[in-house]
Design a protein around this ligand. Structure first.
Ligand code: TYD
Ligand code: MG
Length: 459
């Protein structure tokens, strides 16, 4: 039974319970409830006494018509980072940067503050995870030793807030929010209570003093930012930093942004001296040398405002087991099942006794439905052992009925492909652009027949 004044907070989802239980009733996580001292839940308001008007003359209403000037921005000079933020960081805003441990969050943010500081912004980097010498050593290796960044190693929230009040900073990095602790709460560092309290305090400080604050948050294996899931709604922007194990490429994505779009990606390459910005990702994800093997199809995709070409690679092989394997990297496994079902039901291909592997080259994760036709072309090409032409790109959405549907920005996709030397396209009917010969298809069956017969328009 709950003792007086005690509540139990789930360390995974943040839900608060009045009784302890072995399993969180909200998210079903086991052994995640931890006792915490009771405090008013966020958003709880003191009851208003009837008959007394609010102090200060009440609300001042404004009109929708008024034009507010666009939020000013601090461009950090790391262009891939600035673009994902919507053109730089907004003073007084709070950003959460999430990612797996070791993906390169500290490296990225050290480069961001160093670059911003060299451009005249007043920047601080506060590490709760590494000693000053470690951060400094890394900065030296990355050639950033001369950037006028103020460095501190601290985990006490009180010390940090006091320190930040003394100087007028433009941009502050807190690495990481899970290591911060407030002496106003009893719970241990990294607990939901501490993370919530620390983030709340830092976000308030950002707003009050007009400082842009970037909080680093480690992600747990199920993809949720540990503890900091409760932080996501407090901050103005949530960015995630991702990378496939074994690949040097890192992708920065926006998951929420009050000051910009969330579909932009930033592409980096991890090297010996830190992260290198990749301004032309197509060249990176694409191998343009040599023949394209059977099972490969180049997808002309759009990530945010940029076209990105990337290769889908499929392998369809006889299965040695009763239940054939389906393995996919970089694409949705549900979508793969759907495309396989349509290929079987509408195009006469059989995958029932065959293993299917599908891989997006370079470690990029594709979410656009426009990739359906590229995946289907790679699968059909492998199943039929017929390579697509070396100079052909593919895009289009597939419906359950086997129709190939038009997708957004078809001309932009074709133009990017032409720029990179492609001369042919397998695409929905109506997709056209100068310089490319398009095989327009209305049904998935038409596309499969073209691959089987090797019937392509003259380039
Ligand atoms: P780090 O920024 O510490 O990751 P995070 O803060 O997300 O936990 O990055 C650590 C990894 O990056 C580590 O495995 C080493 C690698 N790395 C390089 O390959 N080159 C470099 O120049 C740096 C600084 C790190
Ligand atoms: Mg780190």
């Amino acid at each position: 039974m709950a003792r007086d004044g005690a509540v139990y907070a789930c360390q995974v989802c943040g839900a608060v319970q009045s009784k302890w239980a072995g399993q969180c009733p909200a998210c079903n996580a086991w052994n995640s409830l931890v006792e915490e001292a009771h405090s008013a839940p966020p958003g709880a308001m003191a009851p208003v006494k009837a008959g007394r008007p609010p102090r200060g003359g009440g609300l001042a209403f404004e009109t929708l018509e008024q034009i507010t000037p666009a939020a000013p921005r601090i461009a950090t000079g790391v262009a891939e980072f600035d673009r994902v933020c919507g053109g730089g960081v907004v003073p007084g805003s709070a950003i959460l940067l999430g990612g797996d441990p070791g993906v390169g969050k500290s490296t990225l943010l050290l480069q961001v503050v160093a670059s911003a500081a060299l451009r005249g912004a007043s920047c601080a980097y506060i590490s709760g995870e590494e000693a000053i010498e470690q951060v400094r050593g890394r900065a030296h290796r990355m050639g950033l030793a001369l950037a006028p960044v103020k460095l501190a190693a601290e985990t006490s929230l009180r010390a940090i807030v006091d320190g930040l009040k003394r100087d007028a900073f433009d941009l502050v990095v807190i690495d990481s929010i899970q290591t911060m602790w407030s002496d106003a709460h009893e719970a241990g560092p990294g607990s939901v209570t501490q993370v919530r309290a620390a983030a709340g305090e830092l976000v308030r400080l950002a707003k009050r003093r007009g400082v842009a604050v970037i909080l680093v948050g480690h992600v747990t294996k199920d993809g949720a930012i540990a503890g900091p899931r409760v932080v996501e709604h407090m901050v103005d922007a949530v960015l995630s930093f991702e990378g496939e194990r074994g690949y040097p490429f890192r992708i920065l994505r926006g998951a929420k942004n009050r000051f910009g779009a969330t579909d932009e990606i930033g592409v980096f390459e991890m090297g010996d001296s830190g992260l290198r910005e990749v301004s032309n990702p197509s060249a990176l994800f694409l191998d343009t040398s040599g023949e394209r093997a059977a099972g490969a199809a180049v997808f002309a995709g759009i990530e945010g405002s940029r076209p990105v070409l990337v290769e889908f690679q499929a392998l369809v092989a006889p299965s040695a087991y009763g239940t054939p394997r389906r393995a996919v990297v970089g694409w949705d496994s549900g979508r793969l099942a759907m495309v396989l079902a349509v290929l079987e039901a509408r195009c006469g291909l059989n995958f029932g006794d065959r293993d299917v592997y599908l891989n997006v080259a370079g470690g990029l994760r594709i979410t656009e439905p426009a990739a359906d036709l590229a995946a289907a072309a790679a699968l059909a090409s492998s199943a039929l052992d017929q390579a697509l032409p070396q100079d052909c790109v593919v895009f289009g959405e597939i419906s359950l009925s086997g129709d190939v549907r038009a997708v957004s920005r078809m001309e932009g996709r074709l133009k990017e492909a032409a720029k990179l030397g492609f001369r042919r396209a397998l695409a929905p009917l109506g997709a056209e652009s100068a310089g490319l010969a398009t095989a327009g298809v209305q049904r998935l069956g038409d596309a499969v027949r073209r691959i089987a017969d090797g019937a392509w328009p003259e380039a």
